[in-house]
Design a binder for this molecule. Sequence first.
Ligand SMILES: NC(=O)c1ccc[n+]([C@@H]2O[C@H](COP(=O)([O-])OP(=O)(O)OC[C@H]3O[C@@H](n4cnc5c(N)ncnc54)[C@H](O)[C@@H]3O)[C@@H](O)[C@H]2O)c1
Length: 348
Amino acid sequence: MKTVHVEASKAYDILIGKGLYEGLGGRIKEQFPKAKKILLLSDETVYGLYGERVSGELSAHFSVCTFVVPAGEESKSVENYIALLETMAKDRLTRSDLLVALGGGVVGDLGGFAAASYLRGIEFVQLPTTLLAAVDSSVGGKTAVNLSAGKNLAGAFHQPSLVVLDTDCFETLSEQVLRDGCAEIIKYGILSDRALFEALFAGKDYAKSEECVARCVQIKRDYVQADEFDKGLRQCLNLGHTAAHAIEKLSNYSISHGYAVAIGTALIARGATEKGLLSAEQCASILKLLQVFGFDLHCPYTVEEMIDVMLSDKKRAGDQVMLVIPFEIGRCELVKVPVEALGGYFKM
Ligand SMILES: NC(=O)c1ccc[n+]([C@@H]2O[C@H](COP(=O)([O-])OP(=O)(O)OC[C@H]3O[C@@H](n4cnc5c(N)ncnc54)[C@H](O)[C@@H]3O)[C@@H](O)[C@H]2O)c1
């Protein structure tokens, strides 16, 4: 097992390894001796696979009530958020009780926001079960639900108090969900670790290994510690995401986030090369690694179509857009680009 310690507004540990649900209840009880009740949040797919086991472990030490939502992004809704709060109130959870989110980024974000606001904030534990949740959404305290006007428009910064990441869960992931997580892992290599980038040429088995996941969690931890509230440096984690958000939106979310990130990373890498900021050789290496993971890098939309969407994005600041530019593999920087020059940074 590997432990990554986070020192943010709240300090907490992220435990990474195989078989970590064994003795989970006791581990949580040790850290939260005053807690008596747990609201266990999950989605139907994950609950069907791991719910009974996790609930059994927790029930040995706590009174457990469960709240299970349908699998999928639609569950990150205001309606589920309210229903979750009402359930916690009906079950009389107190400030010393806990919310435990078992699942991918959807239940992590939904549960985190409910925990941030119920009784003005209770502690919560993340049990991420997708690769994306493991290396990204369960770390760093961003929580949210979607509004009809857009994704993640209502939320809060609320760090978990513990993250237990059982890598055995990755064995039941579909190819698509696994690959989506791999896009974020490749991102970490390009962003700040050339050795990780090179090691990823070994493929998916390496990507879902304890060693690789722990390295990605450390990288994300470092960005979160440097800029918890996303005012500057943390925005580097958006490498490939500016175009990706536009691609997801234009496809009406039929293109998955991970796939869109892969295409977005290819677009910005080619753009950086065209501008003489990234060598052609390193750009080719980035494209090759994305292809090793099975991403077809064809972008179905024109740069103009994507820019229209980018300019309506909430991250735009006046007449400039912040882009994360790869200068070399392992070194990316934030660059403010005037709106009229944006098109030059994305190359098909
Ligand atoms: N808070 C953050 O910092 C942050 C960062 C990145 C993404 N996100 C959010 O995360 C969400 C996407 O997360 P996701 O990709 O984990 O999606 P998800 O939670 O919808 O999970 C994807 C699918 O995998 C299934 N699944 C989960 N674990 C499984 C397992 N072990 N075996 C089999 N099936 C399993 C789920 O039921 C679901 O159908 C988005 O809402 C995104 O906005 C948040």
